[in-house]
Design a protein around this ligand. Structure first.
Ligand SMILES: C[S@@+](CC[C@H](N)C(=O)[O-])C[C@H]1O[C@@H](n2cnc3c(N)ncnc32)[C@H](O)[C@@H]1O
Length: 323
């Protein structure tokens, strides 16, 4: 599978590359975490701009991605550490290296083009393969497990909440009638049958596939858990840059950044602060950075990307130990 993965990944174009590098301000001697190292595109930039001694820890749940990153980053030798691990574990992984704090963290969320374009990974409805969709195919439940074992209401909830799918109930009912649903082609055809003839820009199964992938990998829960861990890990002045690809992820990042950049979370009509909340970050930009028209033309998959950047404040209190 690694060969088809490599083929699918070439040439891989990191999304919002320059704005992400500018956000992290890599410098000589700095320590960085690329929490979703993928094919190593952004990581390469971070290592290049933190030459000659900057260090980078790259994490990914996907062993195939790490194999590609290992090749791509080999020139940086002792300056790179790559680990098969989830970003939820970033605190433990940096501790293993003896790093208490880091200068910058990048999270480029979601799946890579390599994963989407490798049919055996079961992420795409464009080819017919086993329904898998796991970022880490060596552990956890697959898309087929969810589709074939969850109750109808649970499936409808996933499609509605993670895919914003307006026909969630009808699709869930159709899945139940067609069980076992074992391939991507079968699931895509089933969703298409609920929609009847379609002429829209997107395949009608796009939202269903997104929803099931998010559920398989617990993407939103993992992101919510990781953001405070990432902020705690930053040095004062260190930066967290997060690239999202859909509104559900972006909303989580936006609300977290808004909340953590405020000194008080009491209702606005309350005369005295009783919450004691203190800001731990400042938002580097109010609005997210989005790709230029030129980037979207060169890499259409970048079209929904949004980059948000936070900088840790000098006197930030640890978020993890807050009640
Ligand atoms: C959009 S790609 C990253 C591309 C990368 N920035 C590059 O330049 O090549 C997202 C990567 O995040 C990985 N990933 C998803 N969830 C993860 C998690 N919880 N922990 C670590 N990696 C994760 C995926 O396996 C995928 O390789």
């Amino acid at each position: 599978m690694l060969d088809s993965f490599r083929e699918a990944g070439s040439p891989h174009q990191p999304v919002l590359y320059q704005p992400s590098i500018d956000a992290l301000q890599p410098h000589d001697g700095g320590r960085y975490v690329d929490a979703t190292v993928g094919a190593g595109g952004h990581a390469r930039g971070i290592l290049f701009f933190s030459s000659p001694t900057g260090l980078l820890l790259g994490l990914d749940r996907d062993e195939n991605a790490l194999a590609i990153a290992r090749d791509k980053l080999s020139e940086f030798q002792y300056r790179v550490f790559l680990k098969h691990s989830s970003y939820i574990q970033m605190k433990n992984e940096t501790e293993i290296l003896g790093w208490s704090f880091v200068d910058g963290i990048l999270m480029d969320l979601g799946l890579s083009s390599m994963q989407l374009d490798t049919p055996e990974r079961g992420f795409s409805f464009r080819t017919d393969n086993l329904l898998d969709m796991r970022f880490d195919p060596s552990s956890g439940i697959s898309a087929a497990d969810i589709v074939n074992s969850y109750r109808e209401e649970e499936l409808a909830k996933i499609l509605w909440e993670y895919g914003e799918e307006p026909k969630s109930r009808r699709i869930a009912a159709a899945i139940l009638r067609s069980r076992p649903v074992t391939t991507t082609g079968q699931l895509a055809a089933l969703v298409a049958s609920v929609y009847g003839s379609h002429r829209g820009e997107h395949h009608p199964a796009t939202r269903t596939f997104q929803a099931i992938r998010i559920a398989v990998n617990n993407e939103l829960g993992g992101l919510e858990q990781t953001l405070p861990i990432a902020i705690d890990l930053l040095k004062p002045g260190g930066r967290l840059a997060v690239i999202t690809f859909h509104s559900l992820e972006d909303r989580i990042v936006k609300h977290f950044f808004q909340r953590e950049s405020k000194d008080c979370l009491c209702p606005p009509n309350q005369p005295i602060c009783t919450c004691g909340h203190k800001a731990s970050i400042r938002m580097v930009q109010r609005k997210p950075v989005i790709p230029t028209n030129e980037e979207i033309r060169n890499n259409p998959r970048s079209r929904s990307a949004k980059l948000r950047i936070a900088e840790k404040l000098e006197l930030a209190r640890p978020l993890q130990s807050k009640p």
